[in-house]
Write a protein that binds this ligand. Structure first.
Ligand SMILES: C[S@@+](CC[C@H](N)C(=O)[O-])C[C@H]1O[C@@H](n2cnc3c(N)ncnc32)[C@H](O)[C@@H]1O
Length: 629
């Protein structure tokens, strides 16, 4: 089928509202013995796997909770004394600060009583499953990105002033390229917990991203298999549930966590996480934490860790929640699912009349996300990609494949650049732009105004290539612009390192995507520490930038053209409020965005569309299509 045939068919699809997927399923490379042949082989392999009862659906994900038992820690715990101190309790305000009575001195060297068995199932971390679906949402710390979240709260731990902290950073900042101090001293080492601790420290001390630091450390220290899975569960779980853990620690220590030395706080977070949120035995959780404290700080600090953890282990997670959670319904759910209250409240506001779904949403937000792949249109179909990778075709996007495990970076189609990791919600945003009805013919000039790291630009570029169209991609950060270049190599995409508010590009675009920098509250499950870094104070500055970018896009759009404004945040100030203000100022025609996603259900009351993790299994992407009259 020629490009113009495809284009005619696509326009017919648009008119009828059908998803233009079928013609793209038949592509050059995959019908002539390339990917089609490999997919056929994959199909045979899958059939064989299913016959043997271990096809994808049966593949069990190893749970990491058996890790500690392998280390003989229960034997060590038996040797510990059973002395016990007075417990303290407090009620949390959701920020990790607890009103508490009584406490434990850091020099307290009392050994723990053998703790009761506590907790519930683990946080389901798994090696390779928490990779950032956007490629790297990390970027440079100085970037004003919507997803390089940073703010004060996570940095408060340890009670250090900025000056003291930079002193500490110079003194003991973990350098991933060398073995940790604990190893250097030749102490007995629990490799999984040690690596988890080093990541927690990097996150707290230098605002590192756990999902970038952890894989690097695992590779460098040659940790794999069960140890890697356990380290991943501990690291991501402790990062996600930090607020809840800190409230328990504060109650047990009898002081705010800001008054506990940072490195000791990291050990306590790791210990309390194991006690309350995994099936690790209390003996193992306490004992290994004490080992880590003793190896680095000596007996006195180890005793403090012992005492705090012993108190934490005296109650189950449910009992701590009942004791420490705020009384109001949203605050209580936020505490239970380890979200800051302001974020849970913003979700409830966005759910509106469906706010009763908040607990489902928070629970989904706390789960390990499934890895989504995108099959590049014109190169490989989702059916073929699913067969080649052992994944499953997506529910909503014709290009999506769900993976049930493994490291997607090792998959051949990903290495060859014909598939990539991309949340299905992000795919839907790019697809909505490509499907939006224009007034007048599409002249093939498309623009992605906030392109880094390039996930949507790559999908737009592949769709544009089919019709011999072109895409301009704008990104102000050189580092992220380079990621866009990499992800759009061989596609008709030109990258411009510019501020989207002042691009110098020639107006007249048919379709423009403004995937604006935002708080990223809709993608928290992919960035374990992000929820504790963002603060409400981040919102107004981002909203100003979002408005300015949307206005700049409008100036570059031709009459009859369409802008899609999207955020990976459902916060109403960043979504419907930005759009409503813009429509009021410009008289833009708001299209029913839900019609651009045929087959996708429960997108809200319109005319914009809101995706949710608990409804769609995607990030909480917001999108709104606006046509210029
Ligand atoms: C939500 S991310 C975009 C994700 C991207 N569309 C993708 O799918 O990979 C927002 C991007 O906007 C960029 N950005 C920040 N300030 C900007 C500005 N003034 N103009 C254009 N882009 C900006 C950030 O660096 C970041 O890469």
């Amino acid at each position: 089928m020629s490009a113009s045939d495809r284009r005619r068919r696509r326009e017919a699809d648009q008119r009828s509202g059908a998803a233009p997927r079928d013609d793209r399923k038949i592509t050059g490379k995959n019908v002539d013995g390339g990917w089609a042949a490999r997919a056929a082989k994959g199909r045979d392999n899958k059939a064989a796997r299913d016959d043997r009862g271990y096809g994808p659906a049966d593949r069990s994900v190893r749970r990491a909770d058996s890790g500690p038992e392998r280390r003989g820690s229960s034997e060590r715990a038996e040797r510990q004394s059973n002395s016990r101190g007075s417990a303290s309790s407090g009620r949390s305000d959701g920020s990790g600060r607890a009103r508490s009575t009584g406490g434990v001195r850091e020099g307290d060297s009392r050994e723990p009583r053998s703790g009761q068995r506590t907790g519930r199932g683990g946080d389901n971390g798994g090696f390779g499953r928490d990779r950032d679906p956007q490629g790297s949402q990390g970027g440079k710390r100085s970037d004003r990105t919507g997803d390089s979240s940073r703010s004060g709260s996570a940095r408060q731990g340890g009670g250090k002033s900025a000056g003291q902290r930079s002193e500490r950073q110079r003194a003991d900042r973990p350098d991933p390229s060398v073995p940790s101090p604990r190893k250097r001293r030749g102490e007995p080492v629990d490799v999984a917990r040690e690596v988890a601790l080093d990541v927690l420290r990097a996150v707290r001390e230098r605002d590192a991203y756990a999902n970038l630091v952890l894989p690097k450390l695992l590779r460098e220290r040659k940790i794999s298999g069960r140890d890697a899975a356990f380290a991943t569960e501990l690291t991501y779980g402790a990062c996600r549930s930090q607020g809840q853990l800190d409230a328990v620690i504060a109650a047990c220590a009898g002081r705010p966590v800001g008054e506990i030395d940072g490195p000791i706080l990291d050990i306590l977070r790791l210990g309390v996480y194991q006690l309350l949120r995994t099936r690790t035995s209390a003996h193992a959780a306490v004992d290994t934490s004490v080992d880590l404290a003793r190896a680095e700080f000596g007996q006195g600090r180890a005793g403090f860790v012992n005492a705090v953890l012993r108190r934490a282990g005296e109650k189950t997670a449910e009992q701590w929640i009942a004791e420490l959670a705020p009384a109001d319904p949203v605050g209580k759910l936020a505490f239970e699912y380890a979200h800051p209250t302001w974020i849970a409240q913003s979700f409830a506001d966005a759910l509106g009349a469906q706010a009763g779904e908040l607990s489902d949403l928070l629970a989904a937000d706390d789960e390990r996300p499934v890895v989504h792949l995108v099959a590049r249109p014109g190169e490989i179909t989702s059916e073929e990609l699913a067969l080649v990778t052992g994944g499953e075709e997506g529910r909503w996007s014709p290009y999506a494949v769900y993976l049930d495990g493994g490291d997607p970076g090792q998959l051949e189609p990903v290495r060859e650049g014909i598939a990539a990791v991309q949340d299905e919600g992000s795919q839907l945003v790019a697809l909505a732009l490509s499907r939006a009805p224009l007034e007048g013919p599409d002249q093939g000039r498309w623009l992605d105004l906030c392109a880094g790291p390039g996930g949507k630009a790559a999908l737009l570029g592949a769709l544009a290539a089919i019709d011999l169209f072109t895409v301009d991609a704008v990104e102000p950060s050189e580092h992220r612009a380079e990621l866009v270049r990499k992800s759009t190599r061989d596609l008709p995409v030109t990258v411009h390192v510019k501020d989207g508010r002042d691009t110098g590009l020639e107006p007249g675009y048919d379709r423009i995507l403004v995937d604006a920098p935002c708080t990223g509250l809709g993608a928290l499950r992919r960035r374990p520490e992000a929820r504790w870094r963002r603060t409400p104070a981040d919102v107004p500055e981002l909203v100003t930038l979002q408005r300015e970018l949307l206005t700049a896009a409008w100036d570059l759009l031709r009459p009859g053209g369409v802008v899609v404004y999207s955020t990976c945040s459902p916060h109403l100030s960043e979504t419907v409020a930005v759009v409503a203000d813009f429509v009021r100022r410009t008289g833009a025609e708001q299209l029913d965005t839900r019609e651009l996603l045929p087959g996708v259900t429960d997108l809200g009351d319109g005319p914009s569309a809101q995706l949710w993790p608990h409804r769609h299994g995607t990030d909480a992407m917001f999108l709104s299509a606006l046509r210029k009259k």
